[in-house]
Design a protein around this ligand. Structure first.
Ligand code: MG
Length: 387
């Protein structure tokens, strides 16, 4: 089998509280008629959707005529060729991720097996999800509690709320120092949420890397009694030593990783003891096998993975194959609750999400396909559909 063509399309529409909802999809075509589709998280429509597509089309010259089942050598060829052009950074690694996913889709289809079989088999049939929650513009403990209870009605056993930029107590839009008023407000939001949901539900809190060192440590210590599933990106992701300093100062569990790429970034997080939980985004961190490598490296440190996920059903199912195939999977993010067309964009075993879980597909390949009609209606900014 030989690769005959590689195409990409930018598809989606920005929706509130969606984490992006515009993605670059990759299709790899073969001379045997098997077509693989992969998804790249493009970090939203305003940054790199078309830059990712352009990179995919540049990488095509390395792939045409090659055997699509030689995924490891092809991945490493793309990664090494791109090293001197920021290969482990966006958009290059996003593009490589989408291509790698499409190659796994082809491999599964060619062999008649789901991707998790290619990764060594399933530890679990269903992937436990946490719902990313937004209480709207009303940042009060009662609004957070009400939103949490509303989402729990759908069957979730884990939730996440954001606590950055939630208070009028912010004194300066650029510094990352949390005022006393804002700190008290943030703590009241988390306490109110925990009181409403109890301890049977896991609760994560995301700071989006918006706090300075002192504020991050103060917040992490103040939340210790609330037994968070994790506190996410308490300081910006660029300085791993700073993150390690926060972790060393608190018993609150620290998580980061949605802005780290490939096993090399995660090696630093783990070696510097900067995290209790890692959250690679499997639609941009390097690919399906790279995700498994990262998870297995974390397992050596007894660190679980809780992947960041703002993908369509296709990218999310690709992530589920990784989550199913490693022992140290904790929980997977779901950010599509409020995207009205999220489920319609793809074909597969529906509903994709049920009772806060996603069943790992046993169809050949990734097991989810774009619905061409819906996808064409959602082409972003005049893009063409895979041609
Ligand atoms: Mg986050």
């Amino acid at each position: 089998m030989k690769i005959t063509d590689v195409q990409a399309s930018v598809i989606g529409r920005p929706e509130p509280h969606s984490g992006g909802s515009v993605w670059t999809f990759v299709r790899v075509y073969t001379d045997e008629g098997i077509v693989g589709t992969g998804e790249c998280n493009s970090a939203g429509p305003f940054t790199s959707g078309f830059a990712t597509k352009e990179t995919v089309l540049k990488l095509k010259e390395l792939l045409i005529g090659q055997d699509p089942l030689r995924i490891g050598p092809l991945y490493e060829t793309m990664r090494r060729r791109a090293r001197y052009a920021g290969g482990s950074q966006a958009p290059t690694i996003f593009a490589i991720t989408g291509i790698e996913n499409a190659l796994y889709d082809i491999a599964g289809k060619a062999m008649g097996v789901p991707v998790h079989r290619l990764l060594g088999g399933k530890f679990r049939d269903e992937i436990r999800l946490y719902a990313d929650c937004h209480a709207g513009e009303t940042h009060t403990p009662s609004a957070y509690a009400a939103k949490a209870l509303e989402v729990l009605e759908e069957g979730y056993s884990a939730l996440k709320f954001d606590v950055d930029q939630v208070s009028p107590g912010k004194k300066d839009p650029f510094n990352w120092t949390v005022s006393a008023q804002e700190m008290s407000h943030i703590i009241s939001l988390v306490q109110g949420t925990r009181e409403a949901i109890g301890y049977e539900v896991d609760l994560a809190i995301d700071c989006h890397g918006q706090f300075d060192m002192g504020s991050a440590i103060t917040l992490a210590r103040a939340l210790e009694g609330l037994r968070l599933m994790w506190l996410e990106e308490p300081v910006p992701a660029e300085n791993i030593d700073a993150l390690a300093q926060v972790r060393a100062a608190t018993s609150t569990l620290i998580c980061t990783g949605e802005n780290q790429y490939t096993r090399f970034d995660f090696r630093e997080l783990l070696e510097k003891r900067a995290v209790d939980v890692i959250m690679p985004d499997l639609a941009k961190a390097g690919g399906i096998m790279e995700g498994k490598r990262i998870a297995e490296m974390a397992d050596v440190y007894y660190v679980p993975i809780a992947p960041h996920n703002v993908s369509s059903p296709l990218g999310m199912m690709a992530a589920c194959h990784v989550c199913a195939s490693v022992p140290n999977f904790l929980v997977l993010e779901f950010h599509g609750r409020e995207i009205p067309w999220w489920e319609d964009l793809c074909e597969g075993d529906k509903p994709f999400i049920c009772n806060g879980r996603m069943v790992v597909s046993d169809r050949p390949g990734i097991g989810v396909e774009l619905n061409d009609k819906v996808a064409k209606s959602l082409l972003w900014n005049g893009d063409r559909y895979f041609d």
